[in-house]
Structures are given as structure tokens and as C-alpha cells.
Design a binder for this molecule. Structure first.
Ligand code: HEM
Length: 331
């Protein structure tokens, strides 16, 4: 049985090579115990389309066994993109740890007042958490495709890694759709308050008050730092959506080289945006006292709001009681 299957493999190679390049038969002995990929390529150099057979179905691409060009793309995947992804994620976590050790948690200097102000309503929070939840799963399952074989497989073994990656891929393909919907919703809800203005320069000059205790540059609903997050999410998310769509539908993407380009851009944008989002998650949770409430209950303490968004509080106070966020009774 073993010899029969070896014979069949050898026969398949004879037929394939015979179709691909007649000259090759002179240099490669397909009945050798092992015909290495290298010896095939050596025999077929000079023509990047050489390792192709003939197919009778309309999809000519199905006749390509492997193209030497694809090897450089595979190397890019296996080394450069892997390294960049690890550096982006681990580098950001290291930076934030350092920041935490030096600056500590950013406190509400005046202490909590006990009075609440509505910062984000139900629709805002629904949009945020749909975007956040889908992005986090997409980022983890996507990262697994880039670094999983090197980092996770040796830890959990082939069986578990195979199952995990197969489910991860399904989750990645399907969660991309609610992610895109939430991205559009977040854009529509918050774009007007995220248009850059002169105030942002002052906020940046003062380091957003993040570096020194007691410094609180004035800001409206979103400060310059949050605008950077917003636009990174919108533009990065749009880039990921477009390139992701091309990856899902290769027939639309164009040539295999185009598809590979979209894949490379997709991986690079994902690594960059993941690093930015890790910083966002830090500042929205452990990094800043009182911040999480904005997306948790939707209501923040008035002193927190005055320290981080003084002009927004003034705007809300100037509104008639019925429309003002301040009219929300404290719990
Ligand atoms: C567990 C994870 C997360 C936490 C704890 C968190 C927390 C928060 C909080 C507290 C705010 C409101 C800040 C304010 O009062 O203005 C916020 C805003 C926002 N979040 Fe998240 N977030 C998380 C994940 C994400 C993810 C994954 C994304 C996008 C992919 C995202 C995108 C945004 C955007 C665009 C805003 C508005 C701009 C800003 O405030 O920076 N968030 N988030």
C-alpha cells in the first residue's frame, strides 16, 4: 500500500512536470525517493509562471501549483509582519507599564463630588461596545493568524491550535460585519464633536494634563487625544474594512499579487491600530480614575468632567434644563 501511494505521488509529479515544462524532465528525476521543492524550482527557474499545470476548468489560476514570487510574500508573512505585530503590541504594553510606574493612576484632583452628569446615552454606549467587542475578537483572531504558529502552537500543541484557529477564522470572517456597522454608527454619532480646532493645540502643548498632576487643559466633549483615537479608529477601521473585503472576495481583489498587497496592508494597519487601542483601553479603565463610568453607566462625576472637559460642562450648564446632561438625577 505504501509503495502504491509513493508510486501514485511520483506519477502525479511526472504528469504535472510534463505539462509545466518539458525541459525540466531532463534535470529532475521525479521517481527519486524525494523530489524536493528546491530541486523543482531549480529545474524550472527563469519563468515565474513555470510551476503550473493545465486545467480544463475556466479558472486558469487553479493550474498554478506555486509561484516563486509567493515565496517572498510568505517570508514577509513569517518574519517581517510577525516581528512588527509583536513589537507593536508588546512595545505598547511596555510603554504603558512604564507610564503607570512613573505617573501612577490619574486621579480626580478635587475628589468625587457625588453629582453625576450624563456623558453617553444608550445608543452611544451600544455603538461603542459593539465596536469594542468585535474589534477585540477580530484583533486577537487576526493576530493569531500572524504569530500563532510561532507563539501559541508550541504552548498548546497542534490539535488545540488547529481547532482554535479554525473557529477563530470563522469568528473573524463573520464579526467583520457587525464591526463595520458599528464603525459607521460611531462615525455618524461622534464626527461633529471630533473635528479638530485651535483648542486642540493648547491641549497638546500641555501634554493633555496627563504628564503632571493638577494640570487640566480645557476641552469640549472630546479632547485632542480622544480625537486622535477617534480618527485612528475611523480611518484605520475603514482601511481594515476595505482590505478585509478584498481578502474575503479574492475574485474582486484582482491578481494574486493584488490580494497579497491587500493582505500586507491589512496586517500592518491591524498591528498599528491594535497598539493605539491598547493605550485607549488603558486610559479608559485602570489609567484614569472615573473614566470608565462614561461608557459603563454613561454618567460621570461632575468633578471628573470639570477637570477633563471643562468647556463641555459649561456648554451643558448653558443649555435649558430639559436638554442639559446635568439635569440627570444622581443615583
Ligand atoms: C475594554 C475595552 C474598552 C474600554 C474600557 C473603553 C473605554 C472607553 C471610554 C471610557 C470611553 C469614553 C471616554 C470619554 O469619556 O470621553 C471610550 C470612548 C471611545 N472608545 Fe473605547 N473602550 C474600549 C475599547 C474600545 C475599542 C476596542 C474601540 C475601537 C476599536 C474603542 C473606541 C472608542 C472611541 C472611538 C471612543 C471615542 C473617542 C475617545 O473617547 O477616545 N474603544 N472608550
Amino acid at each position: 500500500m505504501r509503495y502504491f501511494s509513493q508510486f501514485m505521488v511520483a506519477l502525479a509529479v511526472v504528469v504535472f512536470v510534463g505539462h509545466a515544462a518539458p525541459d525540466a524532465q531532463a534535470q529532475v528525476n521525479p521517481t527519486e525517493r524525494s523530489v524536493t521543492e528546491e530541486s523543482m524550482f531549480e529545474a524550472l527557474t527563469g519563468d515565474s509562471n513555470a510551476v503550473s499545470g493545465r486545467v480544463s476548468i475556466p479558472d486558469r489560476g487553479a493550474g498554478n501549483l506555486i509561484k516563486p514570487d509567493n515565496k517572498s510574500w510568505a517570508v514577509l508573512q513569517g518574519s517581517t509582519l510577525q516581528t512588527l505585530s509583536i513589537v507593536a503590541v508588546v512595545g505598547m504594553i511596555a510603554l504603558l507599564t512604564l507610564f503607570y510606574l512613573v505617573r501612577g493612576r490619574i486621579r480626580v484632583d478635587a475628589g468625587f463630588s457625588g453629582r453625576k452628569i450624563l456623558r453617553f446615552g444608550t445608543i452611544d454606549r451600544f455603538a461603542h461596545w459593539t465596536l469594542a467587542g468585535t474589534f477585540i475578537v477580530l484583533a486577537i483572531t487576526g493576530l493569531n493568524l500572524i504569530i500563532g504558529r510561532t507563539v501559541i502552537l508550541p504552548i498548546i500543541g497542534e490539535g488545540a491550535f488547529g481547532t482554535l484557529t479554525a473557529f477563530g477564522k470563522i469568528a473573524h470572517n463573520y464579526l467583520a460585519w457587525p464591526f463595520m456597522l458599528a464603525l459607521v454608527l460611531v462615525f455618524v454619532l461622534w464626527v461633529l464633536e471630533n473635528i479638530p480646532n485651535k483648542l486642540d493645540l493648547e491641549w497638546i502643548k500641555q501634554g493633555g494634563g496627563l504628564l503632571k498632576k493638577g494640570v487640566h487643559p480645557p476641552a469640549k466633549k472630546f479632547n485632542a487625544g480622544q480625537k486622535v483615537i477617534f480618527w485612528s479608529v475611523i480611518l484605520g477601521g475603514a482601511g481594515l474594512s476595505f482590505t478585509g473585503f478584498m481578502l474575503l472576495f479574492p475574485a474582486v481583489a484582482g491578481t494574486p499579487a493584488d490580494w497579497q498587497m491587500y493582505q500586507t496592508i491589512h496586517a500592518l494597519v491591524a498591528a498599528g491600530l491594535s497598539a493605539i487601542i491598547i493605550a485607549h483601553i488603558y486610559i479608559g479603565s485602570v489609567g484614569m480614575e472615573g473614566a470608565f463610568d462614561a461608557m459603563g453607566s454613561g454618567e460621570v462625576d461632575e468633578n471628573w468632567a470639570k477637570e477633563h472637559h471643562a468647556l463641555w460642562v459649561e456648554e451643558e450648564k448653558a443649555k435649558p434644563a430639559k436638554e442639559s446632561a446635568l439635569s440627570t438625577p444622581a443615583e
